[in-house]
Write a protein that binds this ligand. Structure first.
Ligand code: PLP
Length: 438
């Protein structure tokens, strides 16, 4: 196969979306509301003002289809958006597949993942309401780095609780956050009541996102100048990520494709997949396309494929509202697999709702298959994908191989949510044949 006419589509800055897309009004039935953990009544806006600014609370409950992106946020988006879409023709060639494979690459953002799309928006809405400090959790450190960068942009303090296994296993991550001026501690820590209690209950714990969330929320609640920021799961976070899918639709058209047959994205809390997939789902719901959407989760935290669809807490200390989602239980601590960003017990309520309604599929992938896929991708495309993104690539490779067997040529879109340059210790373990297959 020769190189196709176009290898990549890089849109002009004027094509950065002007609005975020909210899928809520387009669902065939409304998603179940978040509930107050005490009363089990639907959450009122004032229930969230201790930790979130009104601008984000309004987005969380919004039923408006299009929400304008403030100009100061678009100005920062211009540093790296629109992100490129690339035809992975060397990968196609390597596989000998008649499928056409495209990937939307979010690793070109300042800190190397899609997370900046929401971090910048969240810092902005806090800043304009007078907040001076943001607290948050981070797993692999992608969200922490994104928020550290966003706080730096808007001149705010940033305090980050990082899951202990990642803090210790990925030391350059916290250096990256500190480079942007953030303060980082390993979670569970001694700095919060929740952290101390968790350390007493689970003395040998390697930490989890659920635990780190509890600590960051507690710190925000105690400081009137602070808000808490969440990097995934909530409706407003998925909303901010819809710039990805909107751009992807334009880029596919510029490649001359009518639509995608299938979209693969990795799913931890669900934000990069929601952001990529919801604009495609809208096309499906309007009857224009029949794109299949596939969530790729790690076998070590299989919330969609093995979890229960029920109201659960977003964190271990049970401080968040109750969210209706596919969950393995707020106490669930996954094996310390390398895809730290996917080690979450639940799944975004909006994605869970879409899955429940049959609007998307899900598969679970073990980490060795994920890394084998990531390695092949790297060798063909010259980009080392994030550990998380490898799950999406692995899902897409299954599809591309099937297409070869069936002699079909589907259009496959992969969400490559981030760069794996800081995940090289995991690649080293895989290359040495020492990666456990959990
Ligand atoms: C955080 C992260 C994920 C997982 O989070 P989602 O909210 O499911 O997107 C996936 N990929 C990368 C690169 C990440 O940093």
């Amino acid at each position: 196969m020769k190189a196709p006419e176009k290898t990549k589509v890089v849109l002009d800055e004027t094509k950065i979306p002007t609005h975020w897309y909210n899928i809520v009004p387009d669902f065939p039935e409304p998603p179940p509301p978040h509930l107050h953990p005490g009363t089990r009544e639907p959450l009122a806006p004032e229930d969230m003002t201790a930790i979130f600014p009104m601008g984000l609370i309004a987005q969380e409950a919004s039923t408006e289809r299009w929400i304008e992106i403030p100009e100061p946020v678009r100005e920062i988006y211009r540093l790296w958006r629109p992100s490129p879409m690339i035809r992975a023709w060397r990968l196609e060639q390597e596989l000998g597949t008649p499928a056409r494979i495209y990937y939307k690459y979010e690793g070109a953002s300042p800190v190397g993942s899609h997370k900046t799309n929401s971090a910048v928006a969240q810092a902005y809405f806090n800043k304009i309401e007078g907040k001076k400090r943001l607290t948050t959790e981070t797993g692999a450190g992608q969200w922490g780095s994104a928020l550290a960068f966003a706080c730096d942009v808007f001149d705010m303090d940033c305090d980050i609780w990082q899951v202990r296994s990642s803090y210790e296993g990925k030391p350059y991550r916290h250096v990256l956050m500190e480079t942007f001026g953030a303060t980082v501690v390993a979670s569970p820590s001694e700095l919060t009541e929740a952290g101390k209690a968790l350390r007493e209950r689970f003395p040998d714990t390697t930490g989890s996102l659920g635990m780190a969330i509890s600590e960051a929320i507690e710190a925000a609640v105690k400081d009137p100048d602070a808000s808490y920021s969440l990097g995934s799961v909530l409706n407003h976070v998925l909303l901010h990520q819809t710039v990805i899918g909107q751009e992807a639709l334009l880029q596919l058209a510029e490649f001359g494709e009518q639509s995608a047959d299938v979209v693969y994205g990795c799913a931890g809390g669900g934000s990069n997949l929601g952001g990529l997939a919801f604009p495609f789902m809208r096309e499906n719901l309007e009857g224009r396309t029949k794109t299949r959407i596939v969530a790729c989760e790690p076998k070590a935290a299989p919330s969609l494929t093995e979890g229960e669809y029920t109201y659960d807490f977003g964190d271990t200390a049970q401080m968040t509202p109750l969210l209706k989602m596919y969950t393995l239980g707020a106490d669930f601590v996954p094996d310390p697999v390398h895809a730290g960003g996917l080690r979450y017990h639940g799944m975004a309520p909006l994605l869970s709702h879409a899955y429940h309604l049959g609007l998307m599929d899900a598969i679970a992938i073990k980490q060795r298959e994920a890394f084998a896929a990531g390695l092949l991708f790297a060798r063909c495309e010259g980009i080392v994908p994030a550990s998380e993104s490898n799950h999406a690539i692995a899902g897409a490779l299954r599809e591309a191989k099937q297409a070869k067997d069936d002699g079909t040529s589907p259009v496959i879109v992969i969400g490559v949510s981030g760069s794996g340059q800081l995940d090289l210790p995991a690649y080293a373990e895989f290359l040495a044949g020492e990666m456990p297959d959990s």
